[in-house]
Design a protein around this ligand. Sequence first.
Ligand code: NAP
Length: 255
Amino acid sequence: MDRSRVLILGGSTEGSALARALADDAVWQALLSLAGRTRAPVLPPGVAVRIGGFGGAEGLADWLLAERIAAVINATHPFAARMSANAVAGAALAGVRLLRVLRPPWLPVAGDDWRCVPDMDQAAAALGRSPRRVLLTIGQKDLAAFRAAPQHCYLIRSVDPPPPDSLPPDATIITARGPFAVGAEIALLHDHRIDIVVTKNAGGAATQAKLAAARALARPVVMVARPAAADGACVADVAAALAWLHAGTATPRGV
Ligand code: NAP
């Protein structure tokens, strides 16, 4: 019997882990979708991968119907707000069940000095007027906001080099892909004489070590809050997503 098809909207640790977990599944055939932002994505073996946008919610709906997709799992990054909204609208248009996998946000612990802000413009403003040495770990998309705070010296870490025209004037780039260890993060902050760290509240273990490093060195962290979560069913991890698929919540098409 043909397996039923599940589309995984990926670009996150959870998306890749879910695809790997379903590689040999007897019931579900996984198809992993990536936006195509990362130059050399790490692809899970044994799973079909498609790359590139669908053309909005309607494009996604058409694609789901054409590909006879029976369920969608949105495992995009917690800050991928547009794709998440499109997933809700597209799955509804196509009549396909949808689940969101959304890892819990980080929470401050004793010893943390977080300044929580709603967006990147506020993050740039929170750095203050006096020049500071800033570790910026927010990906590549939103760097332009920091051009409004050119007095600071930025160390920018991202998976791929960011577009040069998005950079503030005093910027040094490090390309690196997590997971990162606490010891190495402490060394990074120390060696670059970092005064303050800016990050998105991505959650998860892979990039959490910078928070422990900031705590250890008594450095403040500007923490950018997540966008509002899209509507619909949501679980916190891959195990719960697999349980949802296999519990029959997402009834395979034609069964
Ligand atoms: P976004 O703003 O929510 O989405 C922008 C557009 O990119 C979407 O409308 C869609 O294009 C396309 N897209 C996004 N994710 C896709 C996927 N998995 N498969 C196919 N098309 C996708 O997304 P973003 O914040 O730019 O993130 C892009 C990708 O990078 C996502 O897969 C996300 O998981 C990953 N990522 C994002 C962040 C972050 O901080 N935002 C961090 C790490 C990884 P169409 O409208 O044409 O369908």
